[in-house]
Write a protein that binds this ligand. Structure first.
Ligand SMILES: [Mn+2]
Length: 359
């Protein structure tokens, strides 16, 4: 199956259009975001795939989205995670379920059973599809891409030469599309890979990223994938201008003491390039070299992990940016478990502050 076999063409010019992708089972966040952007019947809503898996309520989110899709102004394209009901008999399913919360976990909770209650994966699949083949059918009605006058919406990416020939698997799974190029004379809007992976100026930021030269917009805020992630909405205003909003679940804290950094040239390293070299682990911060980019930086010592072969690696995405904060402002706390410093998020940007600046 190719993109052209499963494709919807829409006229959206002059309408306010809200685009949200990678909701990943977070119905409440999604509802909060819709409220925050003031979503109404006058707007168009395009959901960019991956409504389920990873988050807390995949089945609830699925039901809510399918309800929304009954409205004439709501559309959705499919994401790789949305295909799980077609993949219940795949031999990787149980491994995948070991690694993250999935729609199937939600299903087991709903019917009050566990994997142990099934003699085989075949039996589990049969049981699910006996009850939920209608949901499977609904997922399979979703287009792989939506094309409008000025945009193409697709979950992961398109073929660089002939977008209509993009294999469905590629459209849903292609990695790092933001760093690639295409030949369409319109913007391609994708989710799938968190925008924070496309690091600019060494800054770790969850905002929507727009590359005007390549005509690509990456909107995934890393919701449920990155510890500091958020759910983004891209808003295309009736006049064609773009803006964005986001929501997240991180606790808010007030700054009680201003903190200012004079000079710094920050670094950010993201999954999967985690290998580092260090001499000795020092208190607070340790001098390190990021192997992949051969860059020297200071790593918060709690973010160093042994890699099992005598070397070291970062335990998460890492930034060495220090953030300026002002007394009285409110910031999101991402990690307050380290000695002396707290990892915070200000707007969509992640960085460190000394612990005494927070209440
Ligand atoms: Mn995805």
């Amino acid at each position: 199956m190719k993109l052209k076999d499963h494709y919807l063409s829409l006229a959206i010019r002059g309408k306010r259009t809200i685009v949200i992708s990678d909701i990943h089972g977070e119905k409440e966040l999604f509802q909060r975001l819709l409220q925050q952007v003031g979503f109404s019947d006058d707007d168009l809503l395009i959901i960019g795939g991956d409504i389920i898996d990873k988050g807390r309520d995949s089945i609830g989110t699925m039901r809510y989205v399918f309800e929304l899709l009954e409205r004439p102004n709501v559309y959705m394209i499919e994401g790789n995670c949305d295909r799980i009901l077609d993949e219940l008999y795949e031999d990787w399913l149980y491994d995948y379920m070991d690694r993250r919360r999935t729609w199937v976990h939600d299903y087991l909770d709903e019917v009050d059973r566990s994997l142990d209650d099934y003699d085989s994966q075949q039996q589990l699949g049969d049981d699910i599809l006996e009850k939920y083949s209608d949901y499977q059918a609904m997922f399979n009605t979703l287009p792989t891409a939506i094309e409008t006058e000025d945009y193409l919406f697709v979950h992961a990416g398109i073929d660089g030469v002939d977008y209509l020939e993009t294999a469905r698997e590629q459209a849903l799974n292609m990695p790092n599309f933001y760093t690639q190029s295409h030949q369409l004379d319109k913007y391609v809007v994708v989710g799938h890979y968190p925008a924070c992976n496309y690091v600019e100026h060494g800054i770790y930021c969850h905002d929507i990223k727009i590359n005007d030269a390549r005509k690509i917009i990456a909107i995934d805020g890393g919701n449920q994938v990155k510890p500091s992630g958020q759910l983004n909405a891209l808003i295309i205003e009736p006049d064609g201008s773009l803006c964005s909003e986001h929501v997240d679940d991180h606790p808010v804290q007030e700054v009680i003491q201003s903190f200012e950094v004079t000079v710094q040239s920050p670094h950010t390293f993201t999954f999967p390039e985690f290998d580092i070299m260090i001499e000795d682990i020092e208190p607070y911060f340790t001098k390190a070299v990021h192997t992949h980019s051969n860059t020297e930086f200071m790593v918060k010592s709690e973010y160093i992990q042994e890699d099992g072969t005598g070397g070291y690696r970062l335990k998460e995405d890492y930034t060495d940016l220090f953030l300026d904060v002002e007394a009285g402002e409110h910031v999101k706390v991402i990690d307050d478990t380290c000695s002396g410093y707290v990892l915070i998020k200000k707007g969509s940007i992640v960085g460190w502050v000394p612990e005494e600046v927070l209440a």
